[in-house]
Design a protein around this ligand. Structure first.
Ligand SMILES: [Zn+2]
Length: 367
């Protein structure tokens, strides 16, 4: 059912109603649109404000985090005094204070394969404002099956990327990057850092593309990838063809099968914090360092038994398959491969240190 604009709304949007690309008809389209924003951090902060101010009638926000001091330099929707509060609860208050005519729906949860499709189907378009690959690929996959477009954006240090994916009518994220990178290959913002204004720029681009898509005006980023290097202020656009071998949008592989590799990675990972706790409680936890001897000579903060990955297969019979084992390396890549070797040999309690010694040193420096 289409809802017409009230007199108050006509006054509120008067400056954009003058645009021939919007007008009363376009503004009603915005009012009747439902946009789901996954993540309430740096990308979402400007995106939510601009969507609310533009008059998007229904905005859903998915996030269960609370506000931390280290969020504030880029998540400018929030205030210092609001630290410790639920981000989405604060966001709703701020958005309704900006535009009381809209509706804001909150979902304090993590998206996972069992809830994502049901949630996404209630919306017309999704904004990917997450910073983790598992959720990012899940959004891509469920939006394809729900036949809903979504705005992708990612940021790191001074660089960002943005695209509009609609796998049912064009390329999807898996056409560009078929699988998520393995843990430790691409550091998160918390490790590599990010200029605070960068998610601001990218979130604003996402909001612009969402508004244009709803209005069906202009040239969208559908089928294109926009890259931004803020340090040199370079914007580039690349055409994205559909990958004729895409497992999702061409071969229609079921979501759970696609996500299996990601889920497995998470299942066998232990964080630096988790390992610290495990070492305090489990006296029989065996640590195995699968780096090369030269790396070990340079630093050896954990003191595990050294068995380089290249020769690990020859030593598996040294261990009890019921022994709890944590394997580690420099960044978490080789140790993931080591876990596969152990699992294949029938070991039941083996994990790898996520982000490797890089993550371990950061965690131990902090505590
Ligand atoms: Zn695809």
């Amino acid at each position: 059912m289409t809802m017409p604009l009230t007199h108050g709304e006509i006054e509120y949007y008067s400056r954009q109603l003058k645009l021939p690309e919007i007008g009363l008809h376009g503004q009603e389209k915005l009012k009747n649109a439902k946009v789901l924003c996954v993540g309430a951090g740096g990308l979402a902060a400007p995106l939510l404000l601009y969507l609310a101010a533009a008059g998007i009638g229904t905005i859903g926000i998915v996030d269960k985090d609370t506000l931390e001091t280290s969020n504030l330099h880029r998540q400018v929707l929030y205030r210092y005094a609001q630290r410790g509060l639920s981000k989405i609860a604060v966001a709703k208050r701020e958005l309704l204070a900006l535009n009381p005519a809209i509706t804001v729906e909150l979902y304090p949860l993590d998206l996972h394969p069992d809830n994502a499709l049901d949630l996404v189907q209630n919306y017309h378009i999704v904004a990917d404002c997450t910073d983790n690959f598992a959720t990012r690929y899940l959004i891509n996959d469920v939006c394809f099956y729900a036949r809903i477009p979504y705005l992708y954006a990612s940021v790191q240090q001074f660089q960002g990327q943005c695209s509009l994916f609609a796998g049912h009518v064009g390329p999807c994220l898996r056409c560009l990057f078929p699988t998520p990178p393995q843990a430790g290959v691409i550091p998160r913002c918390s490790e590599a850092g990010v200029l605070g204004v960068l998610p601001g720029l990218l979130g604003t681009l996402q909001a612009t593309e969402i508004i244009k898509w709803i209005l069906q005006q202009g040239q969208s980023l559908h089928g294109k990838l926009l890259t931004l290097d803020a340090l040199n202020m370079e914007f580039k656009q690349f055409n994205l063809p559909k990958n004729p071998e895409c497992k999702l949008c061409v071969y229609r592989t079921p979501i759970k099968e696609l996500l299996k590799s990601t889920t497995e990675t998470i299942r066998y990972a232990i964080s630096a914090q988790g390992l610290q706790k495990a070492l305090q409680h489990k006296k029989n936890l065996l640590l195995i360092d699968v780096r090369d001897p030269e790396e070990r000579d340079r630093d050896n903060p954990l003191g595990g038994r050294l068995i380089p990955l290249a020769v690990l297969a020859n030593y598996l019979s040294d261990f009890d398959p019921n022994q709890a084992i944590v394997v580690y390396c420099h960044s978490g890549l080789r140790s993931q491969m080591a876990v596969k070797l152990f699992l294949h040999a029938g070991f039941a309690y083996v994990k790898f240190l996520q982000d490797g010694l890089i993550g371990w040193k950061k965690e131990t420096l902090l505590t």
